[in-house]
Write a protein that binds this ligand. Sequence first.
Ligand code: WTA
Length: 643
Amino acid sequence: MSERTYPVSPEWAKRAYVDDAKYKDMYARSVKDPDGFWGEEGKRLDWIKPYTKVKNTNFGPPDVSIKWFEDGTLNVSANCVDRHLAKRGDQTAIIWEGDDPTKSKLITYRQLHEQVCRFANVLKAHGVKKGDRVTIYLPMIPEAAYAMLACTRIGAVHSIVFGGFSPDSLAGRLEDAKSSVLITSDEGVRAGRPVPLKANADAAAEKAPVKTMIVVQHTGGKVTMKAGRDVWYHEEAAKVPADCTPEEMSAEDPLFILYTSGSTGKPKGVLHTTGGYLVHASMTHQYVFDYHDGDIYWCTADVGWVTGHSYIVYGPLANGATTLMFEGVPNYPDESRCWQVIDKHKVNIFYTAPTAIRALMQKGDGPVKKTSRASLRLLGSVGEPINPEAWEWYHRVVGDDRCPIVDTWWQTETGGILITPLPGATVLKPGSATRPFFGVQPQIVDADGKVQEGATEGNLCIVDSWPGQMRTVFGDHERFIQTYFSTYPGKYFTGDGCRRDADGYYWITGRVDDVINVSGHRMGTAEVESALVAHDEVSEAAVVGYPHDIKGQGIYAYVTLMAGVAPSEDLRKELVQWVRKEIGPIASPDVIQFAPGLPKTRSGKIMRRILRKIAENELGSLGDTSTLADPAVVDDLVANRGK
Ligand code: WTA
């Protein structure tokens, strides 16, 4: 752990919304009087019918029910677009930067309004109604934001599936959401290479109940359109009016579903609702990034992940911000790309993931230093723990020692940031997400649920609700309660391990369950295992994470083959391809070790602890193996590590 601290600079103390004293006051009030605190904070949105109730939440046991602002009504697209028209109709809402550095465009709030209305009318014309689920499988193009906001305008619930997921993964999510409308594009482009989104969508639609496919023309690549099912978005948009009245939604009406991986089973449909989510996204975007009018803000996430939802689209647009949407990747055409984009668009606030920082750091300071970055004021990190070395490099080289770093901890389930520095208030420690945001009450417990006080380490829980919290697992409230509120009854369990130091700072140490975080992408080891065992020649598989210099964690798979099948390099390659096809390229195993047997207890349970230690190359600390059904299995695994 790094000992160095970074105090708030005098300029920051002066410009920021919140200094340390104000943070402490506001925080104290937020937990003592949540109704008063959030009752005022909720007014940052335009309500059609103002709420009279603020917080109505219960973490059980046995029932869990979470409601915020429940009797208020509003519309999200009206809050993100319409209400800004009078003051900032001609201000840029979205800066789009293409994969190809010669391509970019600016979309004003007025243009955004027209685009969102048209998209909403196209959805309506195809029979989409309030409450219907619409699946979005798009690259990082402005139409992704138009489509999201169009859904919110008519009260449809969007479910975005990241473009890196396979047809099978897409089909599973379409089916689970019972979504009959799919929005995609001909192709995406990444690092100059086309991504066949329409072809993937076609394959998914074979296995899922898709009745209408709306196809955005992006690259002009050749696709096949199925008569009676597929329509071109630009043709449909030309037929409908450029205005659409926003639907009045209750604060607790569903806003979106986003599938995320857990420790068991298939990905869960995390459900977020309208009012509380938007209050939280807007407030955190304003305070954590200290967003002021006129700032240019860039979050490098993809809208297929929650970070893209809350911090490319909803938070920034609710605040009338200028948000940059980037189609490409950090190292194309070369390693300077991010910094060139910052100079090109005069970006002030830059928010990215540690995996990108580590990958760029490996290329040295040169690609950074040949750019100016004079516009930069604040840097952010999200998605996985940031190691102090990467933090220091980000601060010193990218930020020229001038820009604070906000290391923001949160999850798909939390809707928005929960533990984070505030740039005008918090003394920074590299590698620590520091202190809780307003209203957030973290608690560290041991394995038995005993609350740990003071400087300590254990499992991270949150003991009371915040407005952006997920409300349920779509279609399976019991799974919601089981997953998050049963390990430590009455508390939300995050699945993360955490240390708290003597200053009360939080240091997230990573997942303590069977979820791994690969390049900031969340993956269930069980998903990779079930993909592997679906292959004819595989009899059993066990997957664990291991430390990876760039990705944070890599995927290590132990595979037992069917009797009579011989291990080979070809089969290893085939299995990697197989997992890519089943789940998507983000799930490619880094290591496949052929294992004649897996370490099991006498009752048949796989001892993952041992597999993790072998993958991490911590062979000296395998622990007690005497309870295994066949302890000799371990010797073989160690002898053939990585093979
Ligand atoms: C991890 C992404 C350390 C954590 C917003 C969490 C982090 C999981 C941080 C959620 C951070 C996210 N420091 N770890 N600043 N931010 N994580 O749902 O393990 O894709 O549980 O949401 O990412 O991943 P998800």
